[in-house]
Design a protein around this ligand. Structure first.
Ligand code: A2P
Length: 257
């Protein structure tokens, strides 16, 4: 059996000249856990051209959703940005990744640190009731350069607050904290700086992250991962992985260069 499933695009949304999202059909045999990624792509000159993408939809949704950057001259994204409803997308049926709840120990509050398209695995995780049953608060931190880049996350959260099944959990337990670095906004600055200065905790009204109390997942650019991970290591927190749950887990946000 081929590992590649052919799905059909069912919707496409563009947010900025750099960002778009799309949904596809979902083969009912394709399984994944919230926070995982898989290889997706299109046929180019008769051959599959694939890149890693986090699955942004929930594990129980009947569709698949992906959130993507558009990289000028990027072999895949420069083509993928033009996809339309009815087009085909290839999806590898083997999903994988470290940003899964099983890789974390239990705790009080769960922090998701994301920048840019690194928010995608967390849009799946904030739709997973297990996140809310295991933690008191689920804190989604999303750092972007410009306000327009928050649209994808903001729209999803507004929708989840009204959701028939998740709405109550989301309203009571999800804390959403967007921050912007290159334009005026109500929250400004890099997430790393906001954590170190304590401004984040003042703004969200929660106690500072503590080893043995809180857990975290990180997804963003390599520099952001390095700096955020160092902050958590300095707090004495330990990195987890499959087979050995820890206080935090890390994954690079996938982007073409
Ligand atoms: P900044 O504007 O100060 O570079 P990018 O699009 O380059 O991936 O950046 C997305 C967001 O992540 C931007 O707000 C950027 O801030 C921020 N960022 C970049 N590097 C880091 C880092 N090392 N730690 C925390 N945030 C970062």
């Amino acid at each position: 059996m081929s590992n590649l499933i052919t799905e059909t695009v069912t919707s496409v949304k563009h947010y900025t000249d750099r960002l778009f999202s799309f949904t596809t059909t979902r083969d009912p045999t394709f399984r994944f856990r919230s926070g995982q990624f898989t290889m997706i792509g299109i046929q180019v000159d008769g051959k599959p051209l694939l890149r890693a993408y986090s699955i942004a939809s929930a594990h129980y949704d009947e569709y698949l959703e992906f959130y993507s950057i558009k990289v000028e001259n990027g072999p895949l994204t420069s083509r993928l940005k033009d996809i339309e409803v009815g087009h085909s997308v290839l999806v590898n049926r083997k999903a994988t990744g470290t940003l899964v709840l099983d890789n974390l120990v239990d705790g009080r509050n769960l922090y998701f640190f994301s920048t840019g398209t690194g928010v995608a695995p967390f849009t799946s995780l904030i739709k997973d009731p297990e996140a809310y049953s295991r933690f008191d608060k689920v804190v989604l931190l999303h750092g972007c350069r410009e306000v327009a880049e928050l649209a994808y996350g903001e729209q999803l959260i507004a929708q989840l607050r009204e959701d028939e099944f998740l709405g109550e959990m989301v309203r009571n337990q999800l804390v959403y904290y967007p921050t912007i670095t290159r334009e005026p906004f109500r929250n400004q600055g890099r997430l790393t700086d906001l954590v170190q200065s304590g401004k984040l905790y003042q703004d969200i009204g929660l106690p500072p992250i503590r080893k043995g109390e809180d857990c975290a997942m990180i997804c963003g650019s390599p520099e952001m991962l390095k700096d955020t991970k160092q902050i958590l290591l300095d707090l004495g927190m330990e990195e987890g992985n499959a087979g050995e749950p820890g206080d935090f887990v890390v994954e690079k946000a996938f982007a073409e260069r």
